[in-house]
Ligand binder design. Structure first.
Ligand SMILES: [Zn+2]
Length: 577
């Protein structure tokens, strides 16, 4: 007991010494942590196109920030999907801790994705909730999974994945009416006409234009709030790069400019680059309003790249190998819910995924849940974990080894490798929500994608089929971006890639605040000046007492109708079947 007591006295003294040194240097003006942070969240932004656009003068503000700040690749979550990636970015924790693996929510012990995830499903504090604990006022605009909004010291808005995007919801609620009059939540009209058709160019130009309008309206509002509200942390997330990435990748990447040959293609390319120039000038507007004493953070949840040219049908492979079994063709379950239209299924409260009516769980050992970004989750039907589990604990490990071996050897009929990487769920994910984690996350080679539709996946007559989706030509890649600029940040230029969980602790360190023990990431110390690191070295600390602000339980869950509305939009982006 005495030893433990002495240890805690010493560690308290050690911590106090850190605080005192930091305080003295601040008082005598040697160096001090930043008082304010301006955070640009740019969904799906990637250096693949931003760096060349900055280099050739089309994004001058970004070019300046890159030349005088520290930047690099931000490695997304595995898989590189918007909900887990943003949640890891704003919490500094892995999905095993924060509980968000996908757009859709699978309860523990359930086979099915029952509903969409919301802000209420995020376990653990966000960076703005942590900052609130230290008395910092925050403003948070449009960050994915912010619906329903909840009380913060400052303000926050709902996001583009809210059921009703015709208007924004805010905390405090009255702010929506006074400050968000011209605010547009998201694009409402997605192109539907295929390339080569008469309507294609018209719909694409309208879509690009609408993305620009959304961006400018959100910046106008941000600018107003930045001036009218007190804040120490201000964050705005823009979706334009993600929307353009999905529908206009070939028009957005300077490396593909040579492939734009027709007048129509060149025109679309020019319009897309105009949106990127707009992004640059919106960054400039907010930077100017924020002033020089502010730390600037730019980060994306994942990167982008061209869509793979083929689909690999993982569930068909599992079926062929005997791991997965389907119910007989005329089984009553298949004849009922599984064949109803999706919107009606949602209204009836059916699980979101279509495999409900197909899988014979009593004979299935393994199945694959398609994710995004060339990733699929492999799940073992374990006894005790699933209601109709058939694989015992002692059988699980040899089965996982067998699957990993077979998958890594997998080749297409013409001899091409299919799988790029296999990650074990128990190494990727840890924490109280690791119980719903996949057993394996399999990443396919760049040329292969995973079809989001389970029914099509098991019914495909070949393992590999060409990707005939020509309208959405871009998909997520794991390499997102980060950039740090401002007081105490050195002009380090390009740094090695950092994990997505490093951004939240970097913000805490820059503000001279302790980094909670529950944060998985480490601050990007290579970005800070040595003077700052000597004066105020980043320090770990267990959470201060007092509960973290949580979302109020009085907030309603999504209704089935709400869920159907969001699903419809996610389908347009290719995330759901
Ligand atoms: Zn995203």
């Amino acid at each position: 007991m005495e030893v433990i007591g002495l240890r805690s006295v010493w560690s308290t003294l050690f911590l106090a010494q850190g605080y005192i040194a930091c305080y003295i240097r601040r008082v005598i003006g040697l160096t001090k942590p930043v008082e304010r942070v301006l955070f640009f969240g740019i969904d799906g932004a990637t250096w693949t196109n931003l760096a060349p656009l900055a280099d050739r003068g089309e994004m001058p503000t970004l070019h300046k920030l890159m030349a005088t700040g520290a930047w690099g690749v931000l490695d997304s979550t595995i898989p590189a999907l918007t909900p887990p990636a943003w949640t890891s970015l704003i919490t500094g924790a892995n999905p095993g801790k924060h509980g968000i693996y996908h757009f859709r929510h699978t309860p523990p012990g359930d086979y099915f994705q029952r509903r969409l995830n919301t802000s209420r499903d995020i376990h653990g504090p966000t960076i703005w909730q942590r900052l609130n604990q230290y008395g910092k006022r925050v403003g948070v605009i449009n960050v994915p999974l912010s619906h329903p909004v909840y009380p913060v010291d400052g303000f926050m808005t709902s996001d583009a994945f809210s059921p009703d995007t015709s208007g924004v919801k805010t905390y405090p609620p009255e702010l929506a009416a006074s400050e968000f009059k011209d605010y547009i939540v998201d694009v409402a009209n997605y192109p539907g006409a295929l390339p080569g058709s008469v309507r294609y160019a018209r719909e694409m130009l309208a879509f690009i234009e609408e993305n620009k309008r959304v961006l400018v309206s959100q910046t106008d509002t941000a600018l107003r709030l930045m001036r009218s509200q007190q804040w120490q942390f201000f964050m705005v997330a823009w979706m334009a790069t993600d929307r353009l990435g999905h529908y206009c990748w070939k028009y957005s990447d300077p490396a593909l400019e040579q492939s734009l040959v027709t007048d129509e293609q060149k025109r679309l390319g020019a319009r897309c680059r105009k949106v990127y120039r707009q992004i640059d000038s919106q960054i400039a507007r907010l930077l100017e309003a924020a002033g020089n004493d502010c730390l600037t953070v730019i980060a994306s949840d994942h990167g982008f790249g061209p869509s793979p040219s083929a689909f690999f049908h993982m569930n068909r492979w599992l079926l062929e190998r005997g791991f997965l079994k389907l119910l007989p063709r005329w089984h009553w379950k298949r004849a009922s819910l599984g064949y109803l239209p999706r919107s009606l299924q949602s209204r009836l409260g059916a699980p979101i995924d279509a495999k409900f009516a197909l899988v014979d769980w009593q004979r299935t050992r393994v199945w694959a849940d398609p994710l995004e970004a060339r990733a699929t989750a492999i799940r073992i039907n374990r006894v005790g974990r699933y209601p109709q589990g058939i694989v015992t604990e002692s059988e699980s490990e040899p089965l996982l080894t067998q699957l990993a071996n077979e998958l890594s050897e997998l080749k297409t009929p013409d001899g091409r490798k299919v799988v790029a990487a296999i990650h074990r769920g128990d190494t990727l994910f840890h924490g109280p929500h690791a119980v719903t984690a996949p057993d394996l996350v399999v990443i396919l080679e760049k040329r292969f994608d995973v079809p989001p539709n389970f029914r099509r996946d098991v019914r495909a007559n070949k393992l590999v089929v060409p990707n005939r989706q020509v309208l959405r030509d871009g998909g997520h890649e794991p390499e997102g971006i980060f950039l740090l600029h401002g007081p105490n940040i050195r002009p380090a230029g390009r740094l090695p890639a950092q994990p997505i969980v490093s951004i939240a602790p970097t913000i805490l360190a820059a503000m001279g605040l302790p980094i909670g023990d529950d944060i998985d990431g480490k601050p990007v110390t290579a970005a800070f000046t040595s003077e700052f690191l000597n004066s105020c070295p980043p320090r770990r600390e267990s959470e201060p007492s007092g509960a973290v602000v949580s979302t109020p339980s009085s907030q309603p869950e999504y209704s089935n109708e709400d869920s159907a509305k969001i699903e419809e939009r996610l389908r347009k982006l290719g995330y759901l079947d």
